[in-house]
Design a protein around this ligand. Structure first.
Ligand code: ATP
Length: 351
């Protein structure tokens, strides 16, 4: 089953609800053919609204345009757009078997039985549900239900697959194994997909690119590593991963440095005007104190198996968090030396 791969263009697309809520400010987004793109952001930022606009389940404000394979679908109803959807709840028919659930859309479209069987059989192999064809939804695990929902959504050969928080209903452990499985399945399907989530790990694991949203706007689009390492906006730095905030007074700004634990660190040129800077916990190197290191005191040590988090008290700064390998021996009360590669600082304020 080779799906048609189409690009999607969202052009100056906005949504204002009748009560005046501006759920989506004019947004532009290019989704490549066959790409898995995640819409990532905190609750209420407008991800579901944008997904529903792409699906045709909401009407966009005047002037908005949505193109599927260069064809304007903005005024088209959902059923004409050729989208498949997978929701958090799966919405499987509980009384139907796995194969009946997967074949349901084909049946209501009047696809002949023989062809239906062939498509359903192929999909059952694809999503690895062989042997479970006759089971009903309540007899399946969360992961199996998710695979049925996915197979059902793609059975009717949609041009685009839309996933709305598909893993949100699962517990943390299951979620982790299923997100890898979902990532692999989407690659095997090769269909253009838009995936809504507020879970950064899920977005990083599943999507080719992420569109980070905040307060009704798309703030930055890119692959996970670029967004994590080179966030164009402080919100992206803070939402994707964790950061410490390092404050600077006017004297430090004048001298072009960042002062931590009695030690000056040269501030990168592009960050010199910034009042505060951000630094990720894994970018703080902790070792024995020396004359060329900042000094800090270990306030708290949290052992997390594969890594250790140290909360460090430093002169002139609020406590900062460092993340080190699990075999780190530094203990509470110990004085340590900290080094920071200045190129790892990020902007805390919008330039
Ligand atoms: P979540 O992760 O909580 O689902 P989200 O990012 O998907 O959030 P949306 O559901 O797109 O957010 O909602 C964006 C904004 O629009 C929110 O402020 C929400 O309250 C508002 N909103 C959503 N639907 C409607 C509606 N039908 N009428 C009025 N406001 C709405």
């Amino acid at each position: 089953m080779t799906p048609e791969r189409i690009p999607i263009q969202v052009i100056e697309c906005a949504k204002t609800f009748p009560d005046g809520t501006r759920a989506l400010l004019p947004a532009n987004l290019d989704i490549e053919a066959g790409e898995v793109l995640a819409l990532l952001g905190p609750s209420g930022c407008g991800k579901t609204t944008l997904l529903r606009l792409i699906a045709g389940l909401e009407t966009a404000d005047a002037g908005s345009r949505i193109l599927f394979a260069s064809q304007d679908v903005t005024a088209q109803p959902a059923e004409k757009r050729g989208v498949g959807m997978v929701f958090q709840s799966y919405a499987l028919f509980p009384q139907m078997t796995v194969e009946a659930n997967i074949g349901y859309g084909l049946k209501i479209r009047g696809v002949p039985v023989a062809e239906r069987r062939k498509i359903v059989g192929e999909l059952i192999d694809l999503v690895r549900l062989s042997g479970l064809e006759k089971k009903r939804a309540p007899e399946l695990s969360g992961g199996q239900r998710q695979r049925v929902a996915l197979a059902r959504a793609v059975a009717v050969r949609p041009r685009v697959l839309l996933l709305d928080e598909p893993l949100a209903a699962l517990d943390a452990k299951l979620k982790e194994s299923l997100r890898d499985e979902l990532a692999e399945l989407l690659r095997r399907l090769g269909i253009t997909a838009v995936h809504v989530t507020h879970d950064q790990q899920e977005a990083l694991a599943i999507a080719d690119r992420l569109a980070v949203m905040h307060a009704g706007a798309i703030v930055q689009v890119g692959d996970g590593e670029s967004l994590y390492r080179n966030p164009a906006h402080p919100f992206v730095a803070q939402f994707l991963g964790r950061v410490n905030r390092i404050s600077r007074d006017a004297a430090q700004r004048d001298r072009g440095v960042v002062r931590i634990g009695g030690h000056d660190i040269e501030c990168p040129d592009h960050l010199k005007p910034q009042q505060d800077l951000l630094i990720r916990p894994e970018d703080i190197q902790v070792g024995q104190p020396a004359s060329d290191t900042a000094h800090a005191r270990v306030l708290r040590r949290t052992f997390l198996g594969d890594r250790v988090q140290l909360q460090l008290g430093t002169e002139g700064q609020a406590p900062i968090m460092a993340e080190l390998p699990g075999n780190t021996l530094f203990r509470v009360g110990e004085t340590v030396g900290i080094c920071i590669d200045p190129s790892r600082f990020l902007a805390a304020q919008e330039a």
